[in-house]
Design a protein around this ligand. Structure first.
Ligand code: CA
Length: 353
């Protein structure tokens, strides 16, 4: 009897071990994105990440991708991940500046770091730790989600020759850059990518910025607003993967590493793909889109943007120790990295124009 009992207990232990293994074998997650299903390379960064996770785990860890047309809440990603409605999200951290100002700088800052500078800050210069610290309050594990490179300053119906030309314009421009533009007298709004063209066409807005030629030209903005300005406001826009911290903690060590490797690889690939797309689109502008007028904001406008940026940042960081810590870290790192950027890339380009 005793032996049977022991065997029975062993059997139970074995069964539990097997069922635990089986439970760990299959992880089925969902990710919600701010983007529509065809917003390549933002959308493809997410599908690439999910495909890598599935392959690396031998099909034991899968992530279903729900684009914004499915969940209908393009700017609700942080809340959905926080509440566990989705295990993961893919979005841009500066969209949450109204909820938590400390999350804003992790996307990009006007007159801030370029992509290589920012990438090295994230992975080696303390940026990742600060991002984790800021998102810990929301019980979210965050990870760089792909960089667009330097973005264009946006599409305008009319040429901007002076500060007066900007005053009163309604513009879609998110992040801190929107606050800078508001300071210059614009009315600023944020609109999800799927509604951008109709908003511009119907006159709900007079101007907008989205990303760069690779993503912008196929959206058709040039048909309504042909003045295309060079960038100042998003020199290295990093998207973010957001993971519900509790769900992340429950993953096996192997799955955690699979997810991290997939996110990092997908993020790197998005940067590369967007660069390629912009180079390809740029090459066609002169021949295929002769009506697009490439412009740079006049110096007095740029000077006013810089002055407004400085003034607003000083106001913004008052009584915000964490925001100050993040921005101080970015600025201190940028100072070091910029000296190298100038010595290396800037000199090389200047001498080879
Ligand atoms: Ca943008």
């Amino acid at each position: 009897m005793k032996i049977t009992k022991v065997l029975g207990t062993l059997g139970l232990v074995a069964a539990l071990a097997i069922s635990a293994q089986a439970a760990e074998k299959k992880v089925r997650w969902k990710i919600a994105t701010t983007w529509g299903p065809t917003a390549v390379p933002f959308s493809s960064a997410v599908t690439n990440m999910a495909a890598m996770v599935e392959k690396m785990s031998g099909g034991k860890f899968t992530i279903r991708v729900d684009a914004s047309n499915k969940h209908k809440a393009p700017f609700g990603i942080l809340d959905m991940v926080k509440l566990g409605q989705y295990e993961m999200g893919h979005s841009a951290s500066y969209y949450w500046k109204g909820k938590d100002i400390n999350l804003m700088p992790f996307t990009t800052m006007p007159f801030g770091m370029t992509t290589p500078e920012q990438n090295s800050w994230f992975y080696y210069g303390g940026g990742m730790e600060l991002m984790q610290k800021a998102y810990a309050k929301h019980k979210v594990y965050s990870y760089p989600g792909g960089n667009t490179g330097n973005q264009m300053g946006g599409w305008f119906r009319k040429e901007i020759n002076s500060l007066d030309d900007l005053k009163g314009l309604k513009m879609r421009i998110p992040g801190f850059a929107g606050e800078v533009m508001a300071e210059l007298g614009l009315t600023v709004t944020n609109i999800p990518s799927g509604e951008l063209y109709t908003s511009l066409e119907r006159g709900t807005i007079d101007a907008l910025e989205w990303v760069g030629p690779g993503m912008d030209i196929r959206m058709g903005f040039y048909k309504v607003a042909p003045y295309y300005y060079t960038g100042w406001h998003e020199p290295g826009t990093e998207l973010q993967f957001l993971v519900n911290q509790k769900k992340f903690n429950k993953l096996s060590d192997a799955n955690k590493e699979i997810l991290r490797v997939a996110m990092r690889t997908a993020a790197y690939d998005m940067y590369t793909e967007n660069y390629y797309m912009s180079a390809e689109a740029w090459a066609k502008i002169k021949t295929d889109y002769p009506d697009i007028k490439i412009k740079t904001f006049p110096k007095p406008v740029m000077d006013a943007m810089k002055a407004a940026n400085k003034k607003l940042l000083a106001e913004k960081t008052k009584g915000q120790p964490m925001l100050k810590e993040i921005l101080d870290s970015q600025n201190a790192y940028m100072k070091k990295a910029r000296a190298w950027t100038i010595l290396s890339d800037f000199n090389y380009l200047k001498d080879n124009l």
